[in-house]
Structures are given as C-alpha cells and as structure tokens.
Design a protein around this ligand. Structure first.
Ligand code: ADP
Ligand code: MG
Length: 281
C-alpha cells in the first residue's frame, strides 16, 4: 500500500467521522511533519485539537441558544473601573460557579444601566461554558410562560422543565408589577426550586418593595424567605453605563430614578434571614 492511498484512507476516515476541522488541517499538519517542525505525536495533537476546539465552540453556541442566552455578554467585556462600588473579586469568585453547586441565590441590585443584566448574562455564559444547564428569562416572560402553562394544564411539567436547570437567571424583577395569579405561580416555582438549584435575580428595587411588586405582602414575605436563604447580595451603586456620555441630558426630575438604590436592607450573605417577612411591605 503506497503513501498516497494511506493518506486517502485517513481522509476518508475523517470524512466518515465527520471531523471536518481535522480534515481541513491535515495537509498543513502533514507538511509540518515532513519539514521536521513537529513530531508525529504533535501532529495527532494538532489534528485532534482543531477538531475539539470546533466541537466545543459548536456545543457552546447550541447550549447558549437552548439557555435562551442570545445577547451575549462576558466578564472580559465588563469595565470594572467604571463601577468602583462593585467588588471585582466578588464577581470573579461568583464566576468560579461554586454558588451553582451550593444551590445559592445571587441578587444583583442597583439602578438602571449599572450592568446587572450584563453580569447576570456573563455568569450564565460562564456556566454554559462549564457545561452547566442554564435558563435565562425576564420575570415578566417567566410569569407569562407559567400562566400559559397553567391555562393549558401543563404547569407541573413546565415547572419541572425550568427547575431542572442548574442555573436559572431571572432578569428584571421590579420593572413591571405582577398580578396576584402571577405572584402565586412564581412562588410555586421558587418553592419547588428552593435548595435544589441556583438562581440569579436582577432588580432595580430593594427587598422592601417586594410587597408592592408582587401585590401581596404574604407572598412577597414567603418569596424572600426562600430567596434570601443561602443568598449572595451584590449591590451596585453607580452611574448608568448607558448614560455615561449623556448624564447631563437627564432632567433633574428623573435623576432620583437613575440614582443609587436607597434603603436596601443590610443582610449578611449565606445566613438565614429571620427578619425578612416582618420587613416586607
Ligand atoms: P442594567 O441591567 O443594570 O440596567 P445593563 O447590564 O443592561 O444594565 O447595561 C446597560 C448596557 O451597558 C449594556 O449594553 C451593558 O453591556 C453595558 N454595560 C453596563 N455596565 C458596563 C460596564 N461596567 N462595562 C461595560 N459595559 C457595561
Ligand atoms: Mg437589565
């Protein structure tokens, strides 16, 4: 059997194994072996490395779609110097993802534009890269989904589907008021998830406002009871990144709505919160 036919057969194997990347790299790698630039073992490594890199990026892309993470943000693209109140190391520690294994809840709180969604998405993306299952949603979308499932008689299935993920990211709690039915559905989800999975919540409102947001102090207290147990609370008290070039154009009358969050209750992360129900409403 001559060299050419062996090469042809290698190519045939790569085609049948659907290793398009390795196939594409083959001629180049072989020339490098012939020129004595790399050893045979290094050639194997180069071919398998090419293929593996391609497959990994395909896997990540598919998982990001499944996770509904379509507007990608990363920690690398987050400018920490713009947000001095934010402890960079705390975010980098979260990006190690052990909060997911500990089924913790992370609250990212602060006024509009400070990067809450950016950081929540970036942590979700980091989790996907680390092969964790993720589901990203806004609270309004989540409640709409649960409401629809309830109407169709498939609520239990839907709750199980959402709660199966290792990390649930719920963006924008507090922007829109929740109807009573919606608050009850959200409570069912949170209660079923409690101590079984990790959650990231972003909000422009303090915990004291939850009674108003959910239209019911009892439900809000029950939600906070679960969502503040084993919780990490990250407050970002800075300026809006969106408005960084136009801060002077915001009317005085609206400035307080974009200014730093007031009256967030002081809470030690990781400890049960005995006083939460009393403080709500
Ligand atoms: P929030 O959810 O707090 O309202 P976002 O995360 O949506 O704010 O941020 C608004 C926009 O500004 C997004 O495009 C986001 O990527 C960007 N952004 C916010 N903070 C930063 C930052 N510190 N560095 C880089 N981009 C940022
Ligand atoms: Mg946001």
């Amino acid at each position: 059997m001559n060299a050419l036919s062996t090469l042809e057969r290698v190519k045939q194997h790569l085609i049948e194994l659907k290793m398009a990347s390795a196939l594409e790299a083959l001629d180049g790698v072989l020339s490098r072996v012939e020129r004595g630039e790399i050893s045979t073992l290094e050639a194997f490594e180069a071919l398998l490395g090419e293929e593996n890199t391609l497959r990994e990026s395909r896997r990540i892309r598919a998982q990001l779609m499944t996770s509904r993470l379509t507007h990608i943000k990363t920690l690398e693209s987050f400018d920490f110097s713009f947000q001095p109140s934010l402890d960079r190391n705390r975010i980098l520690t979260l990006a190690q993802l052990s909060f997911i294994d500990r089924h913790q809840t992370v609250h990212l709180l602060g006024p509009p534009g400070v990067g809450k969604s950016h950081l929540a998405i970036a942590l979700g993306v980091a989790a996907v890269k680390a092969r964790k299952s993720v589901y990203f949603t806004t609270l309004a979308e989540l409640i709409a989904t649960l409401t629809k499932a309830e109407r169709q008689g498939s609520l239990a299935t839907r709750l199980r589907y959402i709660n199966r993920v290792a990390l649930l990211v719920i963006d924008e709690l507090g922007y829109l008021p929740i109807e009573k039915g919606g608050a009850n559905l959200f409570f069912q989800l949170v209660n079923a998830r409690y101590e079984k999975g990790a959650t990231i919540l972003t909000s422009n409102r303090g915990f004291k406002d939850w009674g108003e947001i959910f239209g019911d102090n009892v439900v809000a207290a029950a939600l906070l009871d679960r969502l503040l147990h084993h919780a990490v609370v990250v407050e970002i008290n800075g300026n809006s990144y969106r408005l960084r070039e136009h801060a002077d154009l915001i009317p005085e009358s609206l400035k307080s709505f974009t200014a730093a969050q007031e009256h967030l209750p002081k809470h030690k992360p990781g400890r049960p919160r005995k006083t939460a129900p009393a403080e709500v409403g």
